[in-house]
Design a protein around this ligand. Structure first.
Ligand SMILES: Nc1nc2c(c(=O)[nH]1)N[C@H]1C(S)=C(S)[C@@H](COP(=O)(O)O)O[C@H]1N2
Ligand SMILES: [Mo]
Length: 207
């Protein structure tokens, strides 16, 4: 626990008071910085599929057209990468993951989600997070179709956690009883990934 001191919110000289929307150790940047552990997979819209499976009563599978017909929402959120950049008010459009979980009728034993992507990237987070209204399957960004470099045609946007949980080129979400670590979670990055607790590395999960 870091103790709050009375002078923490005062400014001295040129320094400005802490921005309450900026998590510790982060700085604002103007635009997403492209990150990919495995190139930029190209997916033909005719071949594209997205599935929700595992511990659900009604497994789902969508073609691109079927996914387009789902109710979409516009959502503006702050987005934080573990490498210390953050974006304020990033404007996404997509389908709420919670809506798909409701359609799939998640079994009460399920507690985690595991996301798999075209290109092989994986990540994981708790079902409780997946149900939040700000967690999207985004196919739009800044009023346009989501560009391939930023995960198009479809990516996760999980604003409450560091951005490595926001799987790009996502094609499957599996509901699990037991947690299963994804790519960065297996390679030294925090499983919990809460920017407000500054959980960057595996060891930070103790706080
Ligand atoms: N499929 C896939 N998704 C991914 C990644 C990746 O390497 N592959 N990198 C993650 C990381 S570390 C970050 S910071 C964000 C970056 O999103 P951006 O490239 O749109 O800025 O995507 C996340 N999603
Ligand atoms: Mo990242």
């Amino acid at each position: 626990m870091v103790q709050k001191l009375p002078w923490d919110n005062l400014s001295f000289g040129m320094s400005s008071p802490r921005d309450p929307r900026l998590p510790p150790g982060q700085r604002w940047v103007e635009e997403l910085i492209e990150y990919s552990a495995g190139g930029r997979p190209a997916i033909d819209e005719k071949e594209w599929r997205f599935a929700v499976d595992g511990r659900v009563a009604k497994p789902l599978s969508f073609s691109w057209e079927e996914f387009q017909s789902l109710p979409h929402v516009d959502l503006t959120v702050d987005f934080h990468c573990v490498t210390t950049w953050s974006i304020k008010d990033s404007p996404w459009r997509g389908v709420r993951l919670n809506d798909l979980l409701t359609m799939a009728d998640v079994h009460p034993v399920a507690r985690f989600v595991f996301a798999e992507c075209y290109g092989g990237y994986t990540t994981n987070f708790p079902l409780e997070t997946a149900r939040r209204p700000d967690v999207l399957l985004a196919d739009g960004y800044r009023g346009k179709p989501l560009p391939r470099m930023f995960g198009g045609p479809l990516r996760l946007v999980v604003p409450p956690l560091y951005a490595y949980k926001s799987a790009k080129w996502v094609n499957r979400i599996t509901l699990l009883e037991e947690d299963r670590l994804g790519f960065w979670e297996e390679n030294g990055y925090s499983n919990h990934a809460d920017p407000w607790k500054e959980q960057r590395h595996t060891a930070d999960d103790r706080r």
